[in-house]
Design a protein around this ligand. Structure first.
Ligand code: ATP
Ligand code: MG
Length: 357
């Protein structure tokens, strides 16, 4: 029987609560399936470690996890550590060297969940956002001079490479092709940003010719926010830069009902390195320790992990269990307006898995 080795990195805040829930659900999933098992290795990397040792993870951290089949990540960020320090110290310190260049964010309104959009309750909103995850606005290029002085100048340079744009575009067209509507929207800001964004548009057109069965259109990111809100049914697969997709996917998560539900996969599609699966939400210190964090975002990310590992029937079974649970309002956590606790939702998902034929 195949055993998948998973590196579990709970991180900060509610990270540990949702990751223990995820580990429990994945173990229940493997038990129900009977064809594979999981071996979880836990790593206590995060802001507490940074505050005592000056580093979020050990120097050999990446070596410790580079042979795992996948990484399950909670959340990184603490109120007393600047966000950019955490982001670069932990998340990007894993994503970038492991070349997880495709960040995939499915968005759907699950049964029982209410969208803030009037008249939208189900199939009208079914998207996958593909975020370029390795360069662009988050390339880390830039600097500051004359710090604190009136003449101070600071730059963040968006850096795009032809190879980087072409590979994410191919990934997005292939993903669009795998979905029933075979439709891709390419998002840029090529009216105002006249170098790199124009290159995006050109490369999109080139790659499109390799996918004649996929229809596609282009959108400026500002107009895209309107289209997502007013005409969600006109969208399916969406590809955008690191920054644009970061913003659009928070909007998407909110339109689908709650940040607590939204999943994401940081994929290294060539499988030279492990891919990383995590809920979109942050560490949520306002509810940490209260036992009310919504674990659905982590469960849905676990579905994506199972798909990536090549266990589609287990993935589908976990997704059915999630949908059965969200459909029951008595199992909604406070972020969804309910009173359920993390443990209630986790138990219900495990029970649904055990009872699924
Ligand atoms: P970070 O800087 O770590 O991204 P943040 O404060 O920007 O944190 P979140 O931690 O995602 O963002 O929290 C935003 C809001 O959503 C908070 O009020 C939080 O309680 C709520 N929230 C986020 N995730 C969940 C969850 N899984 N369950 C319930 N509420 C959540
Ligand atoms: Mg945040």
């Amino acid at each position: 029987m195949r055993t998948y080795r998973i590196a579990a990195i709970p991180g900060d805040g509610i990270g540990s609560e949702v990751i223990s829930a995820g580990v429990e659900a994945l173990a229940a999933c493997a038990k129900r399936d009977g064809g594979f098992t999981f071996a979880f290795d836990h790593f206590d990397w995060g802001s507490e470690r940074y505050k005592t040792t000056g580093a979020f993870m050990p120097d050999n951290g990446r070596d410790l996890i580079k042979s795992h089949d996948a990484i399950l990540f909670g959340s990184a960020g603490a109120p007393d550590v600047p966000d950019h320090v955490t982001l670069w110290g932990l998340r990007l310190a894993i994503c970038q060297p492991f070349d997880q260049y495709a960040n995939v964010r499915p968005t759907r309104i699950l049964p029982g969940i209410v969208s803030p959009l009037r008249n939208v309750s189900g199939p009208e909103l079914d998207w996958v956002i593909v975020r370029e995850n390795s360069e662009g606005e988050y390339a880390g290029v830039g600097g500051r001079v004359h710090r604190g002085l009136p003449e101070e100048v600071a730059t963040d340079v968006s850096m795009f490479t032809r190879a980087g744009v072409a590979r994410i575009m191919r990934f997005a067209f292939a993903l669009a092709r795998s979905r029933p509507r075979k439709f891709l929207t390419v998002v840029t800001k090529s009216n105002a940003q006249r170098h790199a964004m124009v290159m995006w548009d050109e490369i999109a057109a080139e790659v499109a010719s390799e996918f004649p069965d996929v229809t596609w259109d282009k959108m400026l990111v500002d107009a895209m926010t309107m289209r997502m809100t007013l005409k969600p049914e006109t969208l399916d697969t969406i590809v955008a830069t690191n920054l644009h997709a970061d913003i659009l996917s928070d909007l998407a998560a909110a339109l689908a009902g709650s940040l607590g539900i939204a999943p994401t996969a940081n994929l290294n599609p060539e499988r030279q390195f492990p891919s990383m699966f995590e809920p979109i939400h942050g560490s949520a210190f306002d509810i940490t320790g209260k036992g009310i964090a919504n674990p659905i975002g982590t469960f849905w990310s676990s579905v994506m992990m199972l798909e990536h590992l090549g266990e589609p029937s287990a993935a589908a079974r976990l997704m059915r269990a999630i949908e059965k649970v969200t459909a029951d309002k008595s199992l909604h956590t406070p972020d969804l307006g309910g009173k359920a606790r993390t443990a209630d939702v986790t138990k219900a998902v495990c029970d649904a898995l055990a009872g699924d034929n």
